[in-house]
Design a binder for this molecule. Structure first.
Ligand SMILES: Nc1nc2c(c(=O)[nH]1)N[C@H]1C(S)=C(S)[C@@H](COP(=O)(O)OP(=O)(O)OC[C@H]3O[C@@H](n4cnc5c(N)ncnc54)[C@H](O)[C@@H]3O)O[C@H]1N2
Ligand code: MOO
Length: 409
Protein backbone atom coordinates (compact mmCIF):
# COMPACT_ATOMS: atom_id res chain seq x y z
CA UNK A 1 0.00 0.00 0.00
CA UNK A 2 1.17 3.52 -0.80
CA UNK A 3 2.48 5.18 2.35
CA UNK A 4 0.69 8.50 2.80
CA UNK A 5 2.28 11.52 4.39
CA UNK A 6 1.99 12.68 8.01
CA UNK A 7 -0.27 15.68 8.26
CA UNK A 8 0.52 18.91 10.11
CA UNK A 9 -2.21 21.13 11.58
CA UNK A 10 -2.71 24.79 10.66
CA UNK A 11 -1.26 26.35 13.86
CA UNK A 12 1.90 24.25 13.49
CA UNK A 13 2.29 25.41 9.89
CA UNK A 14 1.73 29.02 10.94
CA UNK A 15 4.39 28.73 13.64
CA UNK A 16 6.94 28.01 10.89
CA UNK A 17 6.59 31.57 9.60
CA UNK A 18 9.24 32.80 11.97
CA UNK A 19 11.87 30.80 10.11
CA UNK A 20 11.54 33.25 7.23
CA UNK A 21 12.83 36.80 7.55
CA UNK A 22 11.28 39.84 5.89
CA UNK A 23 12.76 40.95 2.57
CA UNK A 24 14.97 44.04 2.24
CA UNK A 25 13.67 47.60 2.36
CA UNK A 26 13.74 50.45 -0.14
CA UNK A 27 12.75 54.11 -0.36
CA UNK A 28 9.75 54.96 -2.53
CA UNK A 29 8.08 58.24 -3.41
CA UNK A 30 4.93 58.82 -1.41
CA UNK A 31 2.96 58.64 -4.67
CA UNK A 32 4.12 55.05 -5.14
CA UNK A 33 3.69 53.95 -1.54
CA UNK A 34 0.06 52.81 -1.70
CA UNK A 35 -0.40 49.29 -0.25
CA UNK A 36 3.32 49.03 0.49
CA UNK A 37 4.44 47.94 3.96
CA UNK A 38 6.11 50.55 6.17
CA UNK A 39 9.59 49.36 7.21
CA UNK A 40 10.20 51.63 10.21
CA UNK A 41 8.14 53.47 12.80
CA UNK A 42 7.07 56.88 11.63
CA UNK A 43 7.11 59.75 14.17
CA UNK A 44 5.46 63.11 13.72
CA UNK A 45 8.17 65.62 12.76
CA UNK A 46 6.12 68.43 14.34
CA UNK A 47 2.65 69.26 15.57
CA UNK A 48 -0.07 68.78 12.96
CA UNK A 49 -1.83 71.07 12.01
CA UNK A 50 0.73 73.25 13.82
CA UNK A 51 -1.72 76.01 14.79
CA UNK A 52 -5.20 76.23 16.32
CA UNK A 53 -7.52 76.13 13.36
CA UNK A 54 -11.16 77.14 12.93
CA UNK A 55 -13.55 74.44 11.68
CA UNK A 56 -16.37 76.94 10.94
CA UNK A 57 -16.97 80.26 9.26
CA UNK A 58 -17.68 82.84 11.95
CA UNK A 59 -15.90 84.78 14.67
CA UNK A 60 -12.97 83.81 16.84
CA UNK A 61 -13.92 84.67 20.42
CA UNK A 62 -13.11 84.03 24.06
CA UNK A 63 -15.65 81.49 25.27
CA UNK A 64 -16.06 83.11 28.69
CA UNK A 65 -17.38 86.25 27.05
CA UNK A 66 -20.31 84.34 25.55
CA UNK A 67 -21.55 82.49 28.63
CA UNK A 68 -25.23 83.11 29.28
CA UNK A 69 -25.82 84.56 25.80
CA UNK A 70 -29.14 83.62 24.14
CA UNK A 71 -31.69 84.88 21.61
CA UNK A 72 -33.26 87.16 24.17
CA UNK A 73 -30.05 88.20 25.89
CA UNK A 74 -27.25 88.45 23.30
CA UNK A 75 -23.67 89.22 24.24
CA UNK A 76 -22.10 92.21 22.48
CA UNK A 77 -18.56 91.96 21.10
CA UNK A 78 -16.26 94.40 19.32
CA UNK A 79 -14.85 93.15 16.03
CA UNK A 80 -11.15 93.92 16.08
CA UNK A 81 -10.04 92.41 12.78
CA UNK A 82 -10.26 89.68 10.15
CA UNK A 83 -8.03 86.62 9.87
CA UNK A 84 -6.51 86.25 6.40
CA UNK A 85 -6.34 82.61 5.21
CA UNK A 86 -2.90 81.06 5.29
CA UNK A 87 -1.49 83.89 7.41
CA UNK A 88 -0.71 84.57 11.04
CA UNK A 89 -3.32 87.02 12.41
CA UNK A 90 -1.97 90.55 12.92
CA UNK A 91 -4.15 91.17 15.97
CA UNK A 92 -5.19 89.48 19.21
CA UNK A 93 -8.61 88.97 20.75
CA UNK A 94 -9.14 90.38 24.21
CA UNK A 95 -12.14 90.23 26.58
CA UNK A 96 -15.30 91.50 24.87
CA UNK A 97 -13.68 91.16 21.42
CA UNK A 98 -14.09 88.99 18.30
CA UNK A 99 -12.27 88.49 15.00
CA UNK A 100 -13.77 87.44 11.66
CA UNK A 101 -12.47 84.02 10.65
CA UNK A 102 -13.13 81.49 7.87
CA UNK A 103 -13.02 77.67 8.07
CA UNK A 104 -9.37 76.66 8.26
CA UNK A 105 -8.16 80.05 9.47
CA UNK A 106 -5.60 80.39 12.29
CA UNK A 107 -7.05 81.47 15.62
CA UNK A 108 -5.68 84.82 16.82
CA UNK A 109 -3.92 84.87 20.15
CA UNK A 110 -6.39 85.29 23.00
CA UNK A 111 -9.26 83.52 21.21
CA UNK A 112 -10.12 79.97 22.28
CA UNK A 113 -13.26 79.15 20.27
CA UNK A 114 -15.31 80.08 17.22
CA UNK A 115 -18.87 81.39 17.09
CA UNK A 116 -20.64 80.22 13.91
CA UNK A 117 -21.76 83.04 11.65
CA UNK A 118 -25.36 81.70 11.88
CA UNK A 119 -25.46 82.66 15.55
CA UNK A 120 -24.30 86.22 15.09
CA UNK A 121 -26.06 89.45 14.19
CA UNK A 122 -23.97 92.26 12.69
CA UNK A 123 -24.93 95.58 14.27
CA UNK A 124 -22.33 97.69 12.48
CA UNK A 125 -18.83 97.36 11.03
CA UNK A 126 -17.28 97.10 14.50
CA UNK A 127 -19.95 95.38 16.62
CA UNK A 128 -21.75 92.03 16.66
CA UNK A 129 -24.28 90.44 18.93
CA UNK A 130 -24.05 86.70 19.59
CA UNK A 131 -27.07 84.56 20.42
CA UNK A 132 -25.34 81.46 21.76
CA UNK A 133 -22.60 80.57 24.13
CA UNK A 134 -19.61 78.45 23.07
CA UNK A 135 -17.30 76.27 25.12
CA UNK A 136 -13.50 76.64 25.03
CA UNK A 137 -12.17 74.68 22.05
CA UNK A 138 -15.55 74.59 20.30
CA UNK A 139 -15.28 74.66 16.48
CA UNK A 140 -11.49 74.56 16.75
CA UNK A 141 -8.94 71.89 15.88
CA UNK A 142 -6.05 72.21 18.32
CA UNK A 143 -2.50 72.65 17.00
CA UNK A 144 -1.51 69.04 17.81
CA UNK A 145 -4.84 67.31 17.50
CA UNK A 146 -3.93 65.32 14.36
CA UNK A 147 -0.43 64.58 15.64
CA UNK A 148 1.86 65.76 18.43
CA UNK A 149 5.56 66.22 17.62
CA UNK A 150 7.56 63.04 18.25
CA UNK A 151 4.54 60.77 18.62
CA UNK A 152 4.70 57.42 16.77
CA UNK A 153 1.94 57.82 14.20
CA UNK A 154 2.47 54.66 12.16
CA UNK A 155 4.24 51.50 13.29
CA UNK A 156 6.60 49.47 11.16
CA UNK A 157 4.81 46.61 9.46
CA UNK A 158 1.72 48.58 8.60
CA UNK A 159 0.26 48.39 5.11
CA UNK A 160 -0.27 51.90 3.77
CA UNK A 161 -3.80 52.74 2.71
CA UNK A 162 -4.79 56.07 1.16
CA UNK A 163 -5.43 57.54 4.62
CA UNK A 164 -1.95 56.63 5.90
CA UNK A 165 -0.49 58.20 2.73
CA UNK A 166 -2.58 61.28 3.55
CA UNK A 167 -1.15 61.42 7.07
CA UNK A 168 2.40 61.18 5.72
CA UNK A 169 1.57 63.94 3.24
CA UNK A 170 0.26 66.12 6.10
CA UNK A 171 3.62 65.59 7.80
CA UNK A 172 5.53 66.72 4.71
CA UNK A 173 6.99 63.31 3.86
CA UNK A 174 8.06 63.03 0.23
CA UNK A 175 9.40 59.49 0.31
CA UNK A 176 9.11 56.63 2.74
CA UNK A 177 11.02 53.45 3.64
CA UNK A 178 9.00 50.34 2.83
CA UNK A 179 9.70 46.66 2.36
CA UNK A 180 10.38 45.51 -1.17
CA UNK A 181 7.44 43.68 -2.72
CA UNK A 182 8.34 40.01 -2.35
CA UNK A 183 8.92 38.32 -5.70
CA UNK A 184 7.00 35.07 -5.88
CA UNK A 185 7.95 32.45 -8.46
CA UNK A 186 5.04 30.48 -9.91
CA UNK A 187 5.46 27.13 -11.65
CA UNK A 188 2.75 24.85 -13.01
CA UNK A 189 3.58 21.18 -13.37
CA UNK A 190 1.92 18.28 -15.16
CA UNK A 191 2.12 16.54 -18.55
CA UNK A 192 -1.55 17.27 -19.12
CA UNK A 193 -1.36 21.02 -18.50
CA UNK A 194 -1.16 23.28 -21.58
CA UNK A 195 -0.81 27.08 -21.97
CA UNK A 196 -4.05 29.07 -22.11
CA UNK A 197 -3.62 29.93 -25.79
CA UNK A 198 -3.40 26.26 -26.78
CA UNK A 199 -6.47 24.14 -27.68
CA UNK A 200 -6.31 21.24 -25.20
CA UNK A 201 -6.35 17.77 -26.75
CA UNK A 202 -8.53 15.14 -25.09
CA UNK A 203 -7.01 14.50 -21.65
CA UNK A 204 -5.35 17.91 -21.44
CA UNK A 205 -6.36 20.99 -19.43
CA UNK A 206 -5.41 24.64 -19.72
CA UNK A 207 -3.13 26.13 -17.08
CA UNK A 208 -5.41 27.86 -14.59
CA UNK A 209 -3.17 27.91 -11.53
CA UNK A 210 -0.48 30.18 -12.98
CA UNK A 211 -3.10 32.88 -13.44
CA UNK A 212 -5.09 32.45 -10.24
CA UNK A 213 -1.96 32.26 -8.10
CA UNK A 214 -0.35 35.25 -9.82
CA UNK A 215 -3.53 37.22 -9.14
CA UNK A 216 -3.58 36.23 -5.49
CA UNK A 217 0.11 37.11 -5.09
CA UNK A 218 -0.64 40.57 -6.47
CA UNK A 219 -3.62 41.00 -4.17
CA UNK A 220 -1.36 40.12 -1.24
CA UNK A 221 1.23 42.76 -2.15
CA UNK A 222 3.71 40.45 -3.90
CA UNK A 223 5.22 40.51 -7.37
CA UNK A 224 4.45 37.32 -9.30
CA UNK A 225 7.07 35.93 -11.65
CA UNK A 226 5.84 33.09 -13.86
CA UNK A 227 8.00 30.17 -14.94
CA UNK A 228 5.45 28.48 -17.19
CA UNK A 229 4.48 24.82 -17.33
CA UNK A 230 6.92 22.01 -16.64
CA UNK A 231 6.16 18.40 -17.62
CA UNK A 232 6.39 15.57 -15.07
CA UNK A 233 10.12 15.06 -15.58
CA UNK A 234 12.39 15.17 -12.57
CA UNK A 235 15.32 16.94 -14.24
CA UNK A 236 13.25 19.60 -15.90
CA UNK A 237 11.25 20.31 -12.77
CA UNK A 238 14.40 20.47 -10.65
CA UNK A 239 15.99 22.82 -13.14
CA UNK A 240 13.04 25.21 -13.21
CA UNK A 241 12.61 25.10 -9.42
CA UNK A 242 16.31 25.90 -8.97
CA UNK A 243 16.07 28.88 -11.29
CA UNK A 244 12.90 30.20 -9.61
CA UNK A 245 14.50 29.78 -6.19
CA UNK A 246 17.55 31.79 -7.22
CA UNK A 247 15.53 34.59 -8.81
CA UNK A 248 12.68 35.12 -6.32
CA UNK A 249 11.93 35.36 -2.58
CA UNK A 250 9.38 32.53 -2.38
CA UNK A 251 8.22 29.89 -4.87
CA UNK A 252 4.92 28.11 -5.54
CA UNK A 253 4.77 24.99 -7.67
CA UNK A 254 1.33 23.55 -8.26
CA UNK A 255 0.50 19.95 -9.18
CA UNK A 256 2.30 16.78 -8.31
CA UNK A 257 2.21 17.40 -4.57
CA UNK A 258 0.33 14.19 -3.78
CA UNK A 259 1.70 10.66 -3.61
CA UNK A 260 1.06 9.29 -7.11
CA UNK A 261 3.92 7.74 -9.03
CA UNK A 262 4.32 10.88 -11.13
CA UNK A 263 4.07 13.23 -8.16
CA UNK A 264 7.64 14.44 -8.18
CA UNK A 265 7.36 17.66 -6.29
CA UNK A 266 8.49 16.42 -2.90
CA UNK A 267 11.55 14.68 -4.36
CA UNK A 268 12.47 17.77 -6.34
CA UNK A 269 12.04 20.09 -3.36
CA UNK A 270 14.16 17.77 -1.24
CA UNK A 271 16.91 17.94 -3.88
CA UNK A 272 17.09 21.74 -3.94
CA UNK A 273 20.12 23.44 -2.38
CA UNK A 274 20.04 23.58 1.48
CA UNK A 275 16.55 22.14 1.51
CA UNK A 276 14.48 20.65 4.34
CA UNK A 277 10.91 19.42 3.93
CA UNK A 278 9.03 21.05 6.84
CA UNK A 279 5.53 19.93 5.94
CA UNK A 280 4.10 17.29 3.63
CA UNK A 281 0.36 17.18 4.17
CA UNK A 282 -1.83 19.61 6.13
CA UNK A 283 -4.98 18.63 8.02
CA UNK A 284 -7.24 20.73 5.84
CA UNK A 285 -9.64 20.02 3.03
CA UNK A 286 -9.31 20.90 0.27
CA UNK A 287 -5.56 21.20 0.23
CA UNK A 288 -4.30 18.21 2.17
CA UNK A 289 -1.44 17.41 -0.23
CA UNK A 290 0.47 20.62 0.49
CA UNK A 291 4.25 20.72 0.86
CA UNK A 292 6.35 23.38 2.54
CA UNK A 293 10.11 23.23 2.21
CA UNK A 294 12.75 25.59 3.49
CA UNK A 295 15.49 26.10 0.92
CA UNK A 296 18.17 28.22 2.52
CA UNK A 297 16.29 31.28 3.77
CA UNK A 298 13.37 30.85 1.40
CA UNK A 299 9.99 29.14 1.58
CA UNK A 300 9.12 26.79 -1.28
CA UNK A 301 5.55 25.54 -1.53
CA UNK A 302 4.14 22.55 -3.34
CA UNK A 303 0.45 23.25 -3.84
CA UNK A 304 -2.21 20.79 -4.91
CA UNK A 305 -2.96 20.84 -8.63
CA UNK A 306 -6.72 21.13 -8.22
CA UNK A 307 -7.59 24.71 -9.03
CA UNK A 308 -9.78 25.36 -5.99
CA UNK A 309 -7.43 23.55 -3.62
CA UNK A 310 -4.52 25.72 -4.77
CA UNK A 311 -6.55 28.88 -4.13
CA UNK A 312 -7.74 27.73 -0.71
CA UNK A 313 -4.21 26.78 0.34
CA UNK A 314 -2.95 30.14 -0.84
CA UNK A 315 -5.63 31.96 1.16
CA UNK A 316 -5.24 29.97 4.35
CA UNK A 317 -1.51 29.21 4.44
CA UNK A 318 0.59 30.95 1.81
CA UNK A 319 -0.82 34.45 2.26
CA UNK A 320 0.23 34.74 5.92
CA UNK A 321 3.76 33.67 4.94
CA UNK A 322 3.80 36.20 2.14
CA UNK A 323 2.67 38.89 4.60
CA UNK A 324 5.49 37.85 6.94
CA UNK A 325 8.25 38.08 4.33
CA UNK A 326 6.72 41.30 3.04
CA UNK A 327 7.26 42.75 6.54
CA UNK A 328 3.53 43.12 7.20
CA UNK A 329 2.56 42.82 10.87
CA UNK A 330 -1.11 43.68 10.53
CA UNK A 331 -3.67 41.03 9.79
CA UNK A 332 -5.05 41.74 6.32
CA UNK A 333 -7.82 39.15 6.63
CA UNK A 334 -11.33 40.41 6.16
CA UNK A 335 -13.99 38.39 8.00
CA UNK A 336 -17.73 38.89 8.23
CA UNK A 337 -20.34 37.12 10.37
CA UNK A 338 -23.15 35.30 8.57
CA UNK A 339 -25.62 32.46 9.14
CA UNK A 340 -25.47 29.18 7.27
CA UNK A 341 -28.38 28.49 4.91
CA UNK A 342 -28.03 24.72 5.32
CA UNK A 343 -26.33 21.96 7.28
CA UNK A 344 -22.70 21.34 6.39
CA UNK A 345 -21.18 17.93 7.00
CA UNK A 346 -17.49 17.56 7.75
CA UNK A 347 -14.97 14.93 8.78
CA UNK A 348 -13.29 15.13 12.18
CA UNK A 349 -9.54 15.49 12.32
CA UNK A 350 -9.23 18.14 9.64
CA UNK A 351 -10.41 21.69 9.06
CA UNK A 352 -12.85 21.81 6.16
CA UNK A 353 -13.00 25.03 4.18
CA UNK A 354 -16.46 25.40 2.73
CA UNK A 355 -16.83 27.89 -0.10
CA UNK A 356 -19.81 30.15 0.49
CA UNK A 357 -21.71 32.82 -1.35
CA UNK A 358 -23.13 35.70 0.72
CA UNK A 359 -26.77 36.63 0.34
CA UNK A 360 -28.66 39.32 2.26
CA UNK A 361 -32.20 38.28 3.08
CA UNK A 362 -34.62 39.61 5.74
CA UNK A 363 -31.91 41.92 7.12
CA UNK A 364 -29.66 38.92 7.79
CA UNK A 365 -26.44 38.03 6.00
CA UNK A 366 -26.59 34.37 4.93
CA UNK A 367 -23.71 32.14 3.88
CA UNK A 368 -24.85 29.71 1.24
CA UNK A 369 -22.47 26.78 0.68
CA UNK A 370 -21.26 26.36 -2.90
CA UNK A 371 -21.07 22.70 -3.74
CA UNK A 372 -18.74 21.03 -6.22
CA UNK A 373 -15.41 19.24 -6.52
CA UNK A 374 -12.18 21.07 -5.76
CA UNK A 375 -11.09 20.68 -9.38
CA UNK A 376 -13.85 23.07 -10.52
CA UNK A 377 -12.96 26.74 -10.88
CA UNK A 378 -16.63 27.73 -11.07
CA UNK A 379 -17.03 27.00 -7.36
CA UNK A 380 -14.51 29.75 -6.62
CA UNK A 381 -16.19 32.09 -9.09
CA UNK A 382 -19.49 31.57 -7.26
CA UNK A 383 -17.91 32.02 -3.82
CA UNK A 384 -17.40 35.21 -1.82
CA UNK A 385 -15.46 33.56 0.97
CA UNK A 386 -14.60 30.49 3.03
CA UNK A 387 -16.08 29.10 6.23
CA UNK A 388 -13.83 26.88 8.34
CA UNK A 389 -15.40 23.87 9.98
CA UNK A 390 -13.13 23.08 12.89
CA UNK A 391 -10.99 20.00 13.43
CA UNK A 392 -13.30 18.65 16.13
CA UNK A 393 -16.64 19.47 14.53
CA UNK A 394 -18.60 16.87 12.61
CA UNK A 395 -20.36 19.67 10.83
CA UNK A 396 -22.32 22.85 11.27
CA UNK A 397 -26.07 23.25 11.48
CA UNK A 398 -28.33 25.36 9.36
CA UNK A 399 -28.69 28.79 11.00
CA UNK A 400 -25.33 28.57 12.83
CA UNK A 401 -23.46 31.84 13.00
CA UNK A 402 -20.09 31.55 11.24
CA UNK A 403 -17.07 33.69 10.36
CA UNK A 404 -16.64 34.07 6.62
CA UNK A 405 -13.05 34.64 5.52
CA UNK A 406 -13.57 36.86 2.49
CA UNK A 407 -11.77 36.23 -0.79
CA UNK A 408 -10.28 39.62 -1.67
CA UNK A 409 -11.55 41.49 -4.70
N1 LIG B 1 -4.82 8.18 -3.63
C1 LIG B 1 -4.94 9.48 -3.40
N2 LIG B 1 -5.06 10.29 -4.44
C2 LIG B 1 -5.21 11.60 -4.24
C3 LIG B 1 -5.26 12.13 -2.93
C4 LIG B 1 -5.12 11.24 -1.85
O1 LIG B 1 -5.15 11.64 -0.67
N3 LIG B 1 -4.94 9.92 -2.15
N4 LIG B 1 -5.46 13.47 -2.76
C5 LIG B 1 -6.24 14.11 -3.80
C6 LIG B 1 -6.27 15.51 -3.58
S1 LIG B 1 -7.15 16.02 -2.25
C7 LIG B 1 -5.70 16.40 -4.43
S2 LIG B 1 -5.89 18.07 -4.18
C8 LIG B 1 -4.92 15.98 -5.56
C9 LIG B 1 -3.61 16.80 -5.57
O2 LIG B 1 -2.80 16.21 -6.41
P1 LIG B 1 -1.49 16.85 -6.95
O3 LIG B 1 -1.10 18.05 -6.19
O4 LIG B 1 -0.50 15.76 -7.05
O5 LIG B 1 -1.92 17.42 -8.36
P2 LIG B 1 -2.06 16.73 -9.75
O6 LIG B 1 -2.36 15.30 -9.59
O7 LIG B 1 -0.89 17.12 -10.51
O8 LIG B 1 -3.31 17.51 -10.25
C10 LIG B 1 -4.58 17.41 -9.68
C11 LIG B 1 -5.58 17.92 -10.68
O9 LIG B 1 -5.38 19.28 -10.96
C12 LIG B 1 -5.17 19.48 -12.36
N5 LIG B 1 -4.16 20.55 -12.52
C13 LIG B 1 -2.88 20.46 -12.17
N6 LIG B 1 -2.25 21.61 -12.46
C14 LIG B 1 -3.16 22.42 -13.01
C15 LIG B 1 -3.09 23.74 -13.53
N7 LIG B 1 -1.97 24.45 -13.52
N8 LIG B 1 -4.22 24.28 -14.05
C16 LIG B 1 -5.36 23.56 -14.07
N9 LIG B 1 -5.48 22.31 -13.56
C17 LIG B 1 -4.39 21.75 -13.07
C18 LIG B 1 -4.68 18.17 -12.87
O10 LIG B 1 -4.88 18.02 -14.23
C19 LIG B 1 -5.47 17.20 -12.03
O11 LIG B 1 -6.76 17.07 -12.56
O12 LIG B 1 -4.63 14.63 -5.49
C20 LIG B 1 -5.75 13.79 -5.20
N10 LIG B 1 -5.35 12.44 -5.32
O1 MOO C 1 -6.94 18.75 -1.24
MO1 MOO C 1 -7.74 18.17 -2.46
O2 MOO C 1 -7.35 19.68 -2.61
O3 MOO C 1 -9.02 17.98 -1.22
O4 MOO C 1 -8.93 18.49 -3.58
Amino acid sequence: MEHFFEVTDIPSVMALRERFAPVATEMVDLEDALLRVLAEDFRAPGDIPGFDRSTMDGYAVRADGTYGAGEGSPAYLNVVGSVAMGQVPDHRVGPGEASRIATGGMLPEGADSVMMVEHVGVLDEGTIEVYRSVAPGQHVVARNEDAAAGQVLLSAGRRLRPQEIGLLAACGVGSVRVHAMPRVGIISSGDEVVPVDREPLPGQVRDVNSLTLAGMVRQAGGRPQRYGIVPDQYDRLLDTCRRALAETDMVLVSGGSSVGTRDLTVQVLAALPRSAILVHGVSISPGKPTILAQCGEKAFWGLPGHVTSAMVVFTVLVRPFLARIGGCRSDDDVRVRARLTRNVASAQGRVDFVRVRLVRRDDTLWAEPVLGASGLIRTMVAADGLVAVDLNDEGLEKGAEVDVLMMLS
